[in-house]
Design a protein around this ligand. Structure first.
Ligand code: UDP
Length: 320
């Protein structure tokens, strides 16, 4: 098969690229390198089955130039990371709305199945213990910058769903919950690479808020095979799946785990949200997925623990 991965030079996209090449497929990567990096592809850049195209998903011509012979699309390209969304809110909104519609149009024109990556962020402030795919969205005002990301991704989901219903495009949507692992950058806000970097440098670990907010971190290598399984399974199309881990941790406990794993002399400092992200920021206090739907459909069961995840990120950061 030949697969197009938008955002294929990003953190998750590059792991998906590597996985699909490993399965013997050809991969076309479309990436504008806004947050992705060619260095993420370096380990397999010489593979003749990989083609890299630098371009934006908002550019119809760039997307079309990637479509020849493509049998499947993984649409991962997006403006990501809380720092990115807060720093470039309008640009991010445009990328996340227009980019998805452009790629869906290409899927429709070429009659190719498409996976659209969405996010647990769309559940907003719903603190349910085990968010199922039909859980209510509790997002704040659309004028609070953070929520514009959730709004855009929710509309992306609706678009993908309607392209399926009205145009017959084979679509599957996944909501990713705090996917982490090697190649993820801390530059855009993601907490684990930030904490590991701080711990290895002996700098204070910056816990935002009171540190009691809870997340479940899932290793990217547990997520990637599920993306492929869901798109390849026609019975999975036309709906949405949560993908994440059920292992809960508070951010304060995470800081201490990272300090222990790195044997660091770092201290933990609490940074008020306003200072970290600016005035009016709203965080979610608990974000815990229920992934029974993906488990029942494609056997999704994350195998790597949080300790495994921290170890793998520390090992990568220690490389020269
Ligand atoms: N966080 C933190 N310190 C940091 C970066 C993030 O305490 O240096 C917190 C952040 O406020 C959130 C959690 O860690 O409560 C996870 O943040 P991330 O941006 O990785 O993912 P989110 O779940 O917010 O999408």
């Amino acid at each position: 098969m030949r697969c197009l991965i938008t955002g294929g030079a990003g953190f998750i996209g590059s792991h998906l690229t590597e996985h699909l090449l490993g399965l013997g497929h050809e991969v076309v990567v479309l990436d504008d390198l806004s947050t992705g990096s060619e260095s993420n592809l370096a380990a397999f850049a010489d593979d003749p089955r990989l083609r890299f195209v630098r371009g934006s998903v908002c550019d119809r011509d760039a997307v079309d130039s990637c479509m020849a012979g493509v049998d499947a699309i993984y649409h991962l390209a997006a403006a990501v990371g809380v720092f990115t969304i807060l720093g470039k809110t309008l640009e991010s909104l445009r990328t996340n709305l227009n980019g998805t519609e452009t790629v869906l149009e290409a899927a429709r024109a070429h009659d190719v199945p498409i996976l659209v990556a969405s996010t647990s962020e769309i559940y907003g402030k719903n603190t349910a213990d085990g968010l199922t795919e039909d859980a209510d969205r509790i997002v704040g005002s659309p004028l609070v910058n953070r929520w514009s990301y959730a709004e855009a991704k929710a509309l992306d989901e609706t678009l993908a769903y309607l392209y399926g219903i009205e145009y017959g495009v084979k679509t599957v949507i996944v909501r990713l919950f705090n996917t982490v692992g090697p190649r993820q950058s801390g530059r855009y806000g993601m907490v684990i690479p930030r904490f590991v970097g701080q711990a290895l440098a002996g700098e204070p670990i910056t816990v935002f808020g009171d540190g009691q907010q809870v997340r479940c971190f899932c290793h990217v290598l547990d997520v990637v095979p599920a993306l492929v399984a869901l798109l390849e399974d026609e019975g999975a199309h036309g709906t949405v799946y949560n993908l994440g881990s059920s292992e809960q941790v508070s951010i304060a406990d995470l800081a201490h785990k990272v300090i222990a794993a790195t044997d660091s002399s770092s201290t933990v400092v609490k940074v008020p949200y306003e200072q970290a992200y600016g005035a009016g920021f709203e965080d979610m206090q608990r974000r815990i997925p229920d992934c029974a739907k993906a488990r029942d459909r494609v056997g999704f069961r994350p195998r790597r623990t949080l300790d495994d995840i921290i170890r793998s990120v520390v090992a990568e950061h220690r490389l020269p």
